[in-house]
Structure formats: C-alpha cells, structure tokens
Design a protein around this ligand. Structure first.
Ligand code: TYM
Length: 332
C-alpha cells in the first residue's frame, strides 16, 4: 500500500522570556507530540521579537536559552528541523515580498498590533505593523499544511491564508494554504485575572507561571489563584478561574473534567488549588532538569541550531527561488 504523504507543520515562538505555562500547554508541548507524525519545523522567532526594543547582550543570551527550552520541552532536533529564524535569510526575503502583497487595511485590523501598539505607545514601529507578513513568510516558505498555535495567533493564520491565496491567484500556484491547529489548551488564562490570557507581561507576577519556576513558587502562585465565591469544582460557564485551573490540571494529569469534579466533590478550593500546583510543579520537573543539562552543554546547542539552520535554508530556498521567479525578478 502506498504510504500516505506526511503533512508538514511549522510553528514558532518569540524569545521574549522564559516560556509560560500558556506557551507550553497551548503550543510547545504539542509540537513535541506532533513531530512523531509530521514533517515538522520549529523556530525561535527572534526577528519578530525585534519589534519590541531589546537589550542586545541580554537578547543574545535569551535566544540561546529559548532554543534550549524548546529542546527541554521535548522538541527533538533529530526528528524536527529546529532553528533560529534570523539564521535563515529566506524569512526576511519572503517577508518583504509578502509585505508588498498585504494591504494596509488588513494589517490595521490585527488585534495583536492594536494591543502591542497600546502597550508600547512610544515605539509603534513599521515592523510591529508588518509583523503578520513576516509570520506568513515563516509559514509559507515551508509549504506548511498545519500550524499548531494558541488561539491568539488565529487571526494571523487567517491573514496568512488570505495573502497566500491572493498570491496564488495572481502568480499561479505557489503556496500551500495552511490550517491552524488549535490545542484544547488554546488559551490558558492568568491566575490573577482569569479573564485575561496568561502572559509574560502580566502586571501581577502571581498571574503567570513560567516553565522554569521553582516548585515552591508554582505551588504558592496556584494557592493565590483567583477563583469565585462558590464552593464547587466543576467546569461551567461563568467560573473562569476554576475552568482555567481544571483545564491546566486535566492537561498535566490526563484526567477528564468529570473525573476532576468527582475527585474534588465536597472539598474546598484550597485543596484543589494545592493539588493543581503540585501536579504542575511535578510535571515541569523533568523540563527544568533537561534545561539545566542543556545549558551546561553549549557546544551541543550550537551544533543543533547550525544543523537546523542548514536544513531550514535548504527547504526554504526552493520556495524563495520560485517566488522571485514568479514575481519577475531577474535571476543571478
Ligand atoms: P508567542 O511567542 O507569543 O507564543 C508562542 C505560542 O504560545 C501560544 N500561547 C498561548 N497558548 C495558550 N495560552 C496562552 N496563555 C498562550 N500564550 C501564548 C501562542 O498562541 C503561540 O502559539 N507570532 C507568534 C510567533 C510566530 C509564529 C510564526 C507562530 C512567529 N512566526 C509562524 C506560528 C507560525 C507569537 O508571537 O507567539
């Protein structure tokens, strides 16, 4: 029987700090699982992070440590292409061509642009605005079928599809149209304000768990998590805090919502919050240990990201040559 062609996936994460529990459950953990069944490419989106001003020496260190975090989360450079965006020139090259094929009106509608422009009112730069064209380039270069992301990136994916199908319509079939692949844990909420997404920039440090937090700190933050004035551990509309905690607990234990509700029936929120905190701390222990080992082995990390860059350059070059030809640039 003919083997079915494996689908291609690509995703990325910005090196803006240690990954949050949201990044991990909403995206990176699934990348590690998906690499078994797909041709997968994962990248540290360092060029994207330049849309916000970075302190150069600190940024350089963070890019490496985020690369190590990807591996610590189970992304395997022997199974996936794992690279750093700026090491592969085709991303900037296609980003420009796609920026010339994306409309001002389309970019103006992006909610991430509006949010970030409000957060960084002193630095609303052109890169922040054209960010989605570069993200479209990341995806389309690899002819990705699926893009595993959290729900906040869905709008960028829709724009990517619009730009790709417009380009295909004008220049002939060039790009595969990618589908978003949104996990069950697509939106992990802040522990301090469960109506807001968990994010590194949470003004309340208790709202955000990072995957390198010490077990004691994790348990403490969960104990302080905002819930509601009822006394029932059950997944129901209006119980944002408890719903979030149940989603996290289910994700790290494999239990269903019904099992969780049954296990904590008649118990107080205090017991439940402590259990979630302990389960998360235990789940992240091996990630933390692997990360420490990797950071002690910089030669191995360098070898991995160089290999990843070479593999990614080979794949993306093919698309790039096709695009330059289609839009009518003169070959060298
Ligand atoms: P970034 O770096 O903000 O986040 C990386 C991934 O984590 C997901 N995520 C969450 N999921 C669930 N709950 C949360 N609280 C949460 N917070 C973050 C994000 O949805 C994302 O999947 N633009 C992208 C990076 C990027 C990219 C790409 C992604 C650049 N090029 C190409 C896919 C394909 C970003 O800023 O993700």
């Amino acid at each position: 029987m003919e083997e079915q062609k494996k689908k291609v996936i690509l995703s990325g994460i910005q090196p803006t700090g240690v990954f949050t529990l949201g990044n991990y459950l909403g995206a990176v953990r699934n990348w590690a699982q998906m690499q078994e069944d797909f041709h997968s490419a994962y990248m540290i989106a360092d060029l994207h992070a330049l849309t916000v001003r970075q302190e150069p020496a600190d940024f350089r260190k963070r890019i490496l440590s985020c690369y190590a975090l990807l591996l610590a989360c189970g992304v395997d450079p022997d199974k996936s292409v794992v690279f750093i965006q700026s090491h592969v020139p085709a991303h900037s090259q296609l980003g420009w061509v796609l920026a010339c094929n994306t409309q001002f009106g389309e970019l103006s509608r992006m909610t991430q642009f509006k949010d970030k422009a409000a957060q960084h009112a002193d630095n609303i730069n052109a890169g922040l605005f054209t960010y989605p064209s570069l993200m479209a380039a990341d995806i389309l270069l690899y002819q990705a079928d699926l893009v595993p992301v959290g729900v906040d990136q869905k709008q960028h994916l829709e724009l990517t599809r619009d730009v790709a199908s417009r380009f295909n319509g004008i220049y002939g079939q060039t790009f595969t149209l990618p589908e978003p692949y949104i996990a069950k844990e697509a939106k992990i909420m802040s522990l301090a304000d469960p109506t807001k997404k968990m994010s590194k920039s949470d003004p309340n440090p208790n709202g955000c768990i990072t995957i390198l937090d010490e077990p004691g700190a994790i348990v403490k933050k969960f104990k302080r998590a905002v819930t509601d004035s009822e006394m029932e551990v059950c997944y129901r509309e209006g119980k944002d805090g408890i719903n979030n905690l149940m989603t996290i607990y289910a994700a790290v234990t494999g239990l269903t919502m019904e099992q969780i509700a049954a296990d904590f029936a008649g118990k107080g929120y205090g017991d439940f919050k402590a259990a979630v905190g302990e389960a998360v701390a235990e789940h992240l222990r091996p990630v933390r240990e692997r990360y420490a080992d990797l950071m002690n082995n910089k030669d191995y990390l360098t070898e991995c990201y160089r290999k990843g860059a070479e593999q990614a350059a080979n794949i993306s070059r093919r698309t790039m040559e096709k695009v330059y030809k289609k839009v009518g640039l003169l070959a060298k």
